[in-house]
Unconditional design. Structure first.
Length: 275
């Protein structure tokens, strides 16, 4: 078994590897190390607070100081600063609404395509769709978000789904939120594979070629995008039959709540110095 000093050294080595891409991003965006340190301290406080709340422990300044290594005075000062804005709840709900609209038999036609849904009344089909997932956010808020991002179209017959997923477009904040989610999921997935290496692990595959013809890069990018869409379409169709919200079990005692995340991305970088 590793001693405490070795364990600490290993953790710091791993941390340096993980933080390297983020530090490069900060340098490229002209973000100073002092600004980064303030953000990290605030996030340490948020993470420690969430961990204490999750475990049912009372949150106070003394416990936060022990958990983060920050002095009490510094914690009080940091708590006065504006917090990093939380993810807009309507955005996350909108993605779930689109998924259910595409697969729930109540909202698709005989050809298994999303139906045009009524939306003008309190008991409209769209309101029922949103309320079947969450009653915390008004359906009108979700509708506005889907319409703003071009996911739905308002027609004389009702709301029509025109794309398969919520679009990020040029929204830097939403793109950053998705990146943060992907990083969190990837770290959790790799960590679980490392800790439980003797059992079936999570999917983690990387494919890399570094001498592709520059003239073919556009073709390669389009192929990857189309194949990625097909791959995720198959995943959604498979998971639909295993999800309690979309395929209720005949056994009312069947436990649900398991979470499955599959994310895909690719990078195609033309090399200006290629032969």
């Amino acid at each position: 078994m590793l001693n405490l000093n070795t364990q600490r050294s290993t953790r710091l080595d791993i941390l340096e590897i993980i933080l390297w891409p983020l530090v490069k991003f900060c340098v490229r965006s002209a973000t100073s190390v002092h600004e980064v340190v303030v953000v990290i301290k605030k996030l340490y406080l948020r993470a420690a607070t969430e961990e204490m709340q999750r475990s049912g422990r009372k949150v106070n300044c003394s416990r936060l100081s022990v958990a983060t290594g920050l002095h009490r005075a510094e914690i009080m000062k940091l708590n006065e600063l504006p917090r990093v804005p939380p993810e807009h709840e309507a955005v996350g709900l909108a993605s779930k609404v689109v998924g259910k609209w595409r697969h729930d038999k109540r909202f698709i036609n005989k050809s298994k395509l999303p139906r045009v849904l009524s939306y003008k009344t309190a008991d409209s089909e769209f309101n029922r769709l949103v309320s079947s997932i969450s009653t915390a956010i008004h359906p009108g808020t979700v509708m506005a978000e889907l319409e703003r991002t071009g996911v739905i179209e308002v027609t004389p017959r009702g709301l029509r789904l025109v794309t398969q997923a919520t679009a990020l477009g040029g929204d830097l904040h939403k793109s950053s939120q998705l990146l943060a989610k992907d990083l969190d999921t990837l770290i959790s997935s790799v960590g679980e594979n490392f800790r439980d290496y003797d059992r079936l692990g999570n999917l983690h595959i990387r494919t890399e070629y570094d001498n592709v013809y520059v003239k073919d890069m556009g073709k390669v990018r389009r192929w990857l995008i189309e194949e990625g869409k097909t791959f995720h379409r198959k995943i959604r169709e498979f998971l639909t039959s295993h999800d309690k919200d979309l395929s209720p079990s005949s056994n009312p005692e069947a436990k649900a709540g398991g979470k499955v995340v599959v994310t895909s991305f690719s990078l195609t970088e033309p090399n200006p110095n290629a032969d």
